[in-house]
Design a protein around this ligand. Sequence first.
Ligand code: MSP
Length: 583
Amino acid sequence: MRVLGAARRPPLLLSGLRAPPPLRRASLRPAGPQLLSTPIFYANGPPHIGHLYSVLLADALHRHRQLRGRGGRLATGTDEHGLKIQMAAAAAGTSPERFCERMSAEFRGLFRQAGISYTDFIRTTEPRHRRAVGHFWAALHDRGWLYRAPYEGWYCTAEESFVAASQVVERPDAQGRRQMVSLESGHQVHWTQEENYVFRLSAFREPLLRRLREGRLAVTPARPFGQQVQQWLQQDLPDLSVSRDRNRLGWGIPVPGDGTQTVYVWVDALVNYLTVAGYPDAHQEWWPGACHVVGKDILKFHAVYWPALLMAAGLEPPEQILVHSHWTVQGQKMSKSRGNVVGPAACFQRYSVDGFRYFLLRQGVPERDCDYYDGKVVKLLNSELADALGGLLNRCTAPGLNPGGTYPGFSEECFPRDGRGPGRASAEDYQLVASVQALPLQVEGFFEGFQIYKALEAIADCVRRTNGFVQRHAPWKLQREDPAQRPWQETVLHVALECLRVYGTLLQPVVPATAAKLLSRLGVGPTERSLRSLDFLPRYRGETCPFEGRPLGADTGLLFPRLEKPTEGGHGAPRGLNRGCSK
Ligand code: MSP
């Protein structure tokens, strides 16, 4: 893509090209409330599991921060302008307004069903957003960062962006007709030539690179995504067309003061984060310092264009961009034409909401694409939620072992602190206690480092070891009636329930309903479920345990029922392919 006839550019509103204005150092607020966002979803079709994954990652992080008492907001919404929405509405034989209303409601419905704890839902067709875009555009214009020029290049409607000529190849379609496609996405591109407003993006290459190197704009995970952004910034960074001819694109926000042009959908969409923060009115409570969760396909828009646009408008770039990879199905990208799109509703029905939330967050690795197939879900959920976690709870609360149905007592003689004295606990038991003690902090590190799958792996590992602990000491073989054996039997159960209390508390951001059931069964009240009040095994330190002797919850039902193996015809495992993402 290129700007044509630069020599014929009209003069700048302000004198000449300026270096980006000096900015205040981004305030690092690691523990304060933060505006966390998901991408806003194109309202051109119903949601699939890839969209769900994007929003789940943000939801789990937000919920974890709430548990820590950090507060903050979680914003999501729908991206409703642009050519592809205009075309999808036309294909459905309806108006873009009605089409978007319906699609946006589908996304909201899915998020409600999935238990997404969003605090804000924004639609780009709302008046508050139109006003924010108008102000933002005026700031860019008045500060001299826009000019009008003929612009031409390959335009990809599916991605709503120009694609560099080096990234375009000729590839015949299914009928053998000539067509040009984007190398990266495989979507068709069309040669487009028109006069647009252009943003002086090129002036921001150096300042952005500096920010990135100094860590003031954090792209996580740094490998491969931070590196990828650095690479983009080391290459040529051409100016960016930021409007479209209104005759071609009528479904969008008109350029303020110029009815012949429509604001480029990506500028329109990115400003949603500011709209949510309250811009152009008081927004300082939530901006700067935002954190955006995005898929790898939209990284350039968030880590290059968006920070540059913000700097140009005199605003701070986001503090952090958390990037994730994609879900494929049988090794292939999900697409309507391949007929391999996996819809969340069917998955929730098959695996329950919590089961599917657990699967996506446990198996999704931000650094790598992950392959989906039904058998993998069943195997994981049966082994980790039904057998390991559910089985542990079941065994340790069984009426045969605990006829009184109360939280068992702990004996310091049996499990003396730091192994002092004879006791009955083994070195492995002490290691388990140390691991569970360290788990909440470890999990917090993984959540904040956007490695939620690792947090779940660490929890699953501790659950496995707790089962080992119970198995090792076989409390069912100890005689309750024997005064020499009973304290040890109770202590084994007490330690196991204390471990379960930690797992239940830590799992709340991922499987809220299952964790609530587990905690209720343990007799943990609603005000005792935060991370702040999580005090593991105080009796081991010689302190009192508020749960000891308390009645257990009444619900003795299965924590997570085992699932049947999938039948033929579902999304089966690919033959001969590496099953899932390689860890
Ligand atoms: N509307 C833009 C975002 C604008 S944000 C200012 C957009 N929308 S989208 O609906 O196409 O994608 C929304 C999110 O879903 C992106 O983060 C994208 O990466 C994610 N996913 C879409 N398909 C996906 C998979 N197959 N797997 C995982 N995530 C995927 O882009």
